[in-house]
Ligand binder design. Structure first.
Ligand code: ZN
Ligand code: ZN
Length: 267
């Protein structure tokens, strides 16, 4: 029997494909002359680097702080863990590591964008066709699901790794958006950054479609840590923070396979 996680996976692939098509056909093209003008003035790599950093910062800190407003204001409506409130002192103590990990992902992500993808991926007049996008998105999401699941489960099952590394992320048993990257830098590298980069590297994806994937992925991880029902995984990852030994993956496919899938459900 195909469980709800197949539906979640199909919805994720379709949703990301629609967002990619929308941005690549309507939002991005009018900006290409401006981008090329900027590239002519400062050089292609510097221009792409600056835009990538600005895009990452606006997506993570901008949307992250927007998602953090409801817990900061103490809103109960649509809250998943109704009996929990935000610990502001813990949030302040968490900020330096969150900022460090943000810097780490930028320092790895930008050189990857510039040097690990084929040169043609920076050609703004050769954007990927629908079939290429559909193939890339399927590979990106499945590679991330498999890699994130195994690395995350290993960080739990190996007790010394859990104590030394992953316990830090689980300081937050009722998370909020930006604590998505409150974790040991080693975990951020092997569990969050590399599984996201591996798919685009294997597919030799276009930088524009990869950039959209990164932005959507960032919003996704902020949403699933938000602590509210506007997460896009039906509370699956919030339940992982509450219970520790369920829901190690992203979409639930691998958890369903291994019997660790647990769905709260809204009603
Ligand atoms: Zn988490
Ligand atoms: Zn965990």
């Amino acid at each position: 029997m195909l469980g709800p996680t197949f539906g979640h996976t199909a919805a994720s692939i379709t949703g990301l494909l629609l967002i990619e098509k929308l941005v690549l056909e309507w939002v991005f093209p009018p900006w290409i002359p401006l981008l090329e003008d900027f590239e002519a003035r400062v050089g292609k790599n510097v221009a792409v680097g600056i835009i990538a950093v600005a895009n990452s910062a606006i997506t993570f800190w901008g949307i992250g702080l927007l998602f953090a407003l409801p817990p900061m204001l103490g809103w109960r409506r649509w809250k998943i863990q109704q009996d929990r409130s935000l610990d502001m002192a813990l949030l302040w103590r968490s900020l330096p590591l969150i900022a460090f990990n943000f810097l780490l992902q930028v320092l790895i992500g930008v050189p990857f964008l510039l040097y690990m993808l084929p040169a043609a991926s920076l050609d703004w007049h050769a954007l990927p066709a629908t079939e290429t996008l559909a193939r890339d998105i399927t590979v990106w999401l499945l590679v991330e699901e498999v890699c994130f699941f195994y690395v995350h489960r290993w960080l739990h099952q190996d007790k010394s790794m859990y104590a030394a590394v992953h316990k830090l992320h689980h300081t937050w048993t009722a998370p909020i958006s930006i604590v998505a990257i409150y974790c040991h830098p080693f975990e951020h590298l092997v569990s969050n950054i590399l599984p996201v980069l591996l798919g685009p590297f294997l597919c030799r994806s276009h930088a524009a479609s990869f950039g959209i994937f990164l932005s959507v992925g960032t919003v996704h991880t902020l949403a699933v840590h938000s602590g509210y029902w506007f997460c896009d995984d039906n509370g699956m990852h919030d339940e992982h923070h509450a219970k520790f030994n369920v829901n190690y993956g992203v979409m639930g496919l691998m958890d369903q396979w291994y019997g660790t899938y647990q769905q709260l459900g809204l009603f």
